[in-house]
Design a protein around this ligand. Structure first.
Ligand code: SF4
Length: 405
């Protein structure tokens, strides 16, 4: 028996019958007016079709009013700590830097969207338009590297938001950070969806000479029309492939990240993407299945219903089959690859394809042996000696007299 659900329940996690089987969901149906309105939104170069209230303040800004302006706003943030530590057992890095908060690329599936709630903003349109630039990032990084007993280990840039999103042209924060990495000979790994990274090729080349750099290019589709609606302001898949080629030709090791794999949307492209990346010079590969934490469930579901009404039910149904009948399960160890037959099939396909196209699964280990902590300059030492002498001379008479007394 097919259980027809109300629209509001369409994407809920509770679409199981009493026996726990996944039940069929109602087909998406929107009025002509809503569809026309949504189409207008889709043409705005933004992926989110709403601006849900954030989970802390329940404030929702007016999507339509904001979309009318449709401009990206750069806001300045001063940060105390630029390096973030991560202890998740299923993530391959311990330290990361995100020069920006929010991302203009606006990928609809982006798991970083809910972080905008910490700025009292929505994970919807706000995330794509209200971008915070951490202007003092390079200064904070230099301070961190200069700490006594600092121990170098690879730091990943762009793990939550893209370090080469369009405002980097204006702000240049990522470039400033890379200059600090180079100054200290510190290993760094960058993940991006942008060919804008090539603007820093001069620095990346120098880092590569000492095995201090690794780049991961994220490619989710080779179909530019799918990319346009799914990742509206990221550069085209072809540009990303060309960037892999240029980086690789400059002796900079490049991996390909096929993340996220979305069932019935881009999963059929897995082999083609891996082959193209390999041909262009990528040497390693990994993938993560679609993850829908918090508000991303709603945003992705709206987008899916808008652009793929014919298969929205199917996509979500497969997704649930990989997450223990839920749209998202955050359990460590299974959240990235999922469980069940569909997840297993993806894994098998990935294993076969990486073997066929000679792609390794682990990124190369970067070197920490060249890290050089700063030595105080002679001028600073002279200054320090002068201050010490002056202070001692100044306090000496008092000290003597107090003993005498
Ligand atoms: S490029 Fe990365 S950080 Fe930016 S929206 Fe897409 S997934 Fe999120």
């Amino acid at each position: 028996m097919i259980q027809i659900m109300q629209d509001k329940d369409m994407f809920s996690d509770n679409s199981n019958d009493e026996k726990g089987h996944i039940t069929a969901l109602a087909p998406y149906s929107v009025s002509k007016n809503s569809r026309r309105k949504n189409l207008r939104k889709a043409k705005s170069g933004r992926a989110a079709l709403s601006n849900p209230a954030n989970r802390f303040s329940h404030y929702a800004s007016d999507y339509d009013a904001q979309a009318k302006n449709n401009k990206t706003q750069i806001l300045t943030e001063t940060t105390k700590q630029i390096v973030t530590k991560n202890n998740s057992p299923d993530i391959g890095f311990k330290k990361s830097i995100n020069p920006y908060r929010g991302c203009e690329h606006g990928c609809i599936y982006c798991y970083a969207r809910p972080n905008h709630a910490y700025m009292d903003l929505s994970s919807g349109l706000d995330f794509e338009t209200q971008i915070f630039a951490k202007k003092n990032a390079a200064e904070r990084l230099r301070a961190q590297f200069s700490k006594p007993n600092y121990k170098a280990e690879t730091i990943c840039i762009g793990t939550a938001t893209d370090a080469y999103q369009p405002i980097e042209d204006e702000c240049q924060i990522t470039r400033e950070i890379l200059e600090v990495f180079l100054e200290f000979n510190h290993p760094v790994s960058i993940t991006t969806k942008s060919s804008r990274i090539l603007k820093d090729l001069d620095i990346l080349r120098q880092l590569a000479q000492k095995n201090l750099i690794h780049v991961t290019m994220s490619i989710t589709t080779l179909d530019s029309s799918l990319a346009r609606i799914m990742e509206p302001r990221a550069c085209t898949p072809q540009k990303r492939l060309d960037a892999i080629k240029t980086l690789s030709a400059s002796a900079i090791p490049v991996s390909i990240s096929l993340s996220p794999v979305i069932p019935a949307i881009n999963d059929y492209e897995m082999e083609a993407i891996l082959e193209a990346a390999s041909i262009h010079g990528a040497t390693c590969a990994h993938y993560i299945i679609l993850r829908l934490p918090l508000d991303v469930k709603q945003l992705f579901s709206e987008w899916l219903a808008m652009h793929f009404p014919d298969r929205a039910r199917h996509v979500l149904s497969i997704l649930k089959s990989m997450h223990g009948e839920k749209l998202y399960d955050a359990t460590f160890g299974t959240r990235m690859k999922g469980t069940g037959p569909y997840a297993k099939m993806l894994q098998n396909r990935f294993n076969r394809a990486t073997k066929k196209f000679s792609l390794k699964k682990n990124s190369p280990l970067l070197s920490t042996q060249y890290f050089v902590p700063p030595v105080p300059s002679q001028t600073q030492l002279d200054l320090f000696e002068d201050i010490t002498k002056t202070t001692l001379q100044d306090i000496q008479p008092e000290y003597t007299s107090s003993i005498a007394a």
